[in-house]
Design a protein around this ligand. Structure first.
Ligand SMILES: C[S@@+](CC[C@H](N)C(=O)[O-])C[C@H]1O[C@@H](n2cnc3c(N)ncnc32)[C@H](O)[C@@H]1O
Length: 447
């Protein structure tokens, strides 16, 4: 099903009085649907045990049951969260809410000391032996790890011994997306937490990247500036982002299938602005044999990596690809292409900079050129299922913390485009099924 922002109901009332038994019934009904599917397909049953699956088992894309099962999982997650908070009550929920930093700080210690590697993959190890191996007192280990165990990271299979769970085992994969994600968040991004208040107090209306909480936490360096100065961090950030692109909502497939690339003229050229390695273009190219691509990015390493991977994995596509170094704050050098695609880029930038990026493209556009923007379009509150709502609100907050930027609602996008150039006509704003990223088709009309 395709959702258009225009169809989105405007601000339904929140459900403030759900009944405990109704929530429990919703959970039971949908959990059964999921369980039946898992068992009928012989998929690994979800568990905390070390042999449990790494991801909740769902059908592969384009299976008929996919939407139904996604909805069932989403219902279980939403109802469970409401039931949990209601049953704890406002006072206790608040008391625990403010202790969220305990989760990050314990993961920080676990990750830094590589405790997951010191605990054997199978079997267990005593706190005393773990203390000898790590150099941390058995008491401190017990305090940190028993807290983590409450969240199913490690377990205590017998008193005084530490063993793995499915989650802690994931921490043994050095260099993996999970490893990079935990490292980047516990060492770098989490520092924007205590910096949020000072940034808002000092720069309450700023649209400057250097004045974002990230800048306050890192001696005035803007996010990308910091990454330029710390190549190892930049590499880790890149790897950590694949946690998102491999997640269901940010896959490339919805952009490949959710836009009618076939209506473009034979041999049309697509410029992938801020395209990183060009992995998005590669997927579009595979499905559309006549299209040509120019991948542009400011990061030479990404372009190099893209070129290398293309030659290795898809030699048949090489002739249809070009990779150009380009800073999108300067005039677009590729004139008169058919499409300028800007995917998952603009949400990193405050309005002032988005206007500059888009204005830099205008001199390259001819009458009829398409600008395809693929990014988040925030719905009003209370529209999305809880799990998706949590994701987009968290990302919106991270945009503020990292860049002084924000996720945008449909009205924000329309306003920005009109401010850039009145010749930009918004043709459609749609959300492909199971995608967090929307597709905005804009035509340059200059007759
Ligand atoms: C979040 S990634 C998006 C990558 C890709 N388009 C996607 O859909 O996942 C943002 C990209 O913008 C690039 N970038 C940042 N500043 C840039 C600039 N001034 N000019 C061109 N590219 C830039 C980054 O190097 C990075 O590859």
């Amino acid at each position: 099903m395709v959702h258009t922002a225009g169809d989105a109901p405007t601000g339904p009332a929140p459900k403030l009085r759900p009944r405990l038994s109704e929530l429990a019934a919703q959970i039971a009904e949908n959990a059964k649907l999921l369980e039946d599917y898992i068992e009928s397909q012989g998929l690994p049953y979800p568990s905390f045990a070390p042999d449990g699956p790494e991801k909740f088992p769902l059908p592969p894309p384009s299976t008929p049951e996919l939407e139904k099962l996604h909805a069932a999982r989403s219902q279980v997650l939403s109802a469970t969260s409401s039931l949990y908070d209601l049953t704890a009550g406002p006072r206790e929920t608040l008391q625990w809410l403010v202790w969220g930093f305990n989760d990050t700080s314990t993961l920080h210690v676990i990750h830094h000391f590589k405790l997951a590697f010191l605990v054997p993959e199978t079997g267990d190890i005593s706190f005393d032996d773990l203390s000898k191996k790590s150099g941390i007192s058995a008491l401190k280990l017990r305090q940190v790890l028993r807290y983590a165990m409450v969240k199913h990271v490690f377990c205590e299979p017998r008193q005084g011994y530490v063993g793995h769970t499915a989650m802690s085992l994931l921490l043994r994969e050095e260099g993996s997306a999970v490893d990079a994600w935990i490292g980047y968040n516990t060492q770098e991004l989490c520092r924007t937490g205590p910096a949020l208040l000072p940034s808002i107090e000092k720069f309450p209306t700023s649209e400057e990247v250097r004045e974002a909480p990230w800048g306050v936490a890192f001696d005035g360096q803007g996010f990308f500036e910091y990454m330029d100065n710390n190549p190892e961090s930049a590499k880790r950030f890149g790897v950590s982002m694949t946690m998102w692109s491999s997640g269901d909502g940010l896959k490339v497939a919805p952009l490949v299938e959710g836009y009618d690339w076939g209506k473009l003229p034979e041999g049309a050229t697509i410029v992938d602005v801020g395209g990183a390695t060009g992995f998005v273009s590669v997927e579009i190219a595979k499905a559309n044999p006549s299209l040509k691509f120019i991948v542009e990015d400011i990061a030479p390493l990404s372009l190099e990596e893209g070129k290398k991977t293309l030659a290795r994995d898809h030699p048949e596509l090489v002739e249809r690809f070009e990779y150009n170094h380009y800073d999108f704050f300067t005039e677009q050098p590729v004139k008169g292409a058919d499409v300028y695609l800007i995917r998952f880029v603009l949400h990193d930038w405050p309005d002032k900079y988005v206007r500059q990026i888009l204005k830099s493209q205008i001199p390259a556009l001819k009458n009829g050129t398409k600008l395809i923007l693929s990014d988040f379009v925030l719905p009003p509150a209370n529209v999305l299922p809880y799990w998706d709502e949590r994701t987009v609100r968290a990302l919106d907050l991270i945009m503020l913390k990292a860049y002084n930027s924000n996720e945008r609602e449909e009205g924000d996008w329309r306003r920005l485009l009109a401010e850039v150039d009145t010749r930009l006509r918004v043709d459609s704003i749609t959300r492909p099924a199971n995608s967090l990223l929307w597709i905005m088709e804009v035509t340059f009309v200059d007759e």
